[in-house]
Design a protein around this ligand. Structure first.
Ligand code: DAH
Length: 341
């Protein structure tokens, strides 16, 4: 083993290292410094040499080892820095551009737009718009709506309780009906849009926070026909004129009779498609005639007054209208989603 040999080995190693990609450096390290690497072999073979040569070759091999080691480290650091620099350059934000006048225009969140659109439609039908508190008591959220304690209907509501069950986060906008009727004598025509809470796991179609719009009309001689014409008018204006609606019997504690309203699929006009799961119809909302017990709890005379009520999920109808397939998109504030509205 001559000096020239070792020098040659080192110069080969350095030229390989300095042109290697980051992923190749491990292999080069093994090739030269690993258990059976070139330099390791030289160091292992020293025993066959004279004392003089051992010293000379040993020193030379050790120098080669540290030279190769530091070349590997340098190359790694340089490549890593280049990688990070390139990444940062791509992510660079030019603040002088981003915040230059005129400011980029923001827009209303799709849920807010839906509230505005729906409010506009119902205002034209003579409804006013009210709001209720998001923190409610058991009375407003359940009792006054004819959902007594320990009634199984409470289980479907998955309630978030506060202050040891004294208060709760409203599970629907229906308590808004009670607040309005407590303050106002008939006739009443009101919608109550707002945020509601359910203690349940979220997935593509469920969220523990979402929005509903409640509707209520009370007067003498209000009939199911009024409910039907009001909802037909809403569907025609919000989803498209000419769409049929139908009512299926259902159950809610605060209405009697109760119904689910379906509308003809606006996508295929009832022929059957992916949106309506080939049925031609889309479940749209729950509704019914106000239960006499609800009137009793707000001291309205159930012999004198009748009324209709309805409640719909805002995200649900917005998802239908725009073909959105995941409710979580509404809450992630991803501009790529929000900018489409
Ligand atoms: N509160 C009901 C819910 O959250 C929706 C609802 C159904 C409201 C029927 C109503 C109604 O006013 O009449 O599931």
């Amino acid at each position: 083993m001559t000096m020239n040999n070792i020098e040659q080995i080192v110069s080969d190693a350095l030229s390989k290292i300095n042109s290697a990609a980051i992923a190749e450096l491990e292999a080069l390290k093994a090739e030269y410094l690993g258990k059976s690497g070139v330099i390791t072999q030289i160091l292992k073979s020293l025993s066959q040499y004279s004392i003089e040569e051992k010293k000379r070759i040993g020193a030379e091999a050790n120098k080669a080892k540290s030279g190769i080691e530091s070349a590997l480290e340098k190359r790694f650091a340089a490549l890593e820095k280049a990688r990070v620099d390139e990444k940062l350059a791509k992510e660079k934000i030019d603040f002088s551009q981003a915040f230059y006048f005129p400011f980029a225009k923001g827009s209303l969140h799709p849920v807010m737009q839906a509230i505005n659109d729906i409010s506009r439609i119902f205002k034209a039908l003579g409804f006013s718009v009210a709001e209720g508190p998001e923190i409610e008591t058991d009375w407003y959220n359940f009792e006054a709506l004819n959902i007594p304690a320990s009634h199984p209907a409470r289980d479907t509501q998955d309630t978030f309780y506060l202050d040891g069950m004294k208060n709760l986060l409203r599970t629907h906008t229906s308590p808004g009906q009670i607040h309005v009727m407590e303050k106002q004598k008939p006739p009443v025509k009101v919608i109550v849009p707002g945020r509601v809470y359910r203690n349940e796991a979220s997935d593509a179609s469920h969220s523990s926070i979402f929005h509903q719009v409640e509707g209520l009309a009370v007067d003498e001689n209000i009939t199911f026909a009024d409910l039907k014409s009001t909802l037909a008018s809403f569907v025609h204006q919000y989803f498209g004129s000419g769409l049929d609606i139908r009512f299926r019997p259902s159950h809610f504690q605060f209405t009697e009779p109760s119904a689910e309203m379906d509308m003809q699929c606006f996508f295929c006009k009832g022929k059957g498609c992916r949106v309506c799961k080939n049925s031609g119809w889309i479940e749209t909302l729950g509704c019914g005639m106000v239960h006499p017990n609800v009137f009793r709890s707000v001291k309205y005379d159930p012999e004198k007054y009748t009324g209709f009520a309805f409640g719909m999920g805002l995200e649900r109808i917005t998802m239908l209208k725009y073909g959105i397939d995941d409710i979580r998109l509404f809450y992630e504030n991803d501009l790529r989603f929000l900018k489409q509205f």
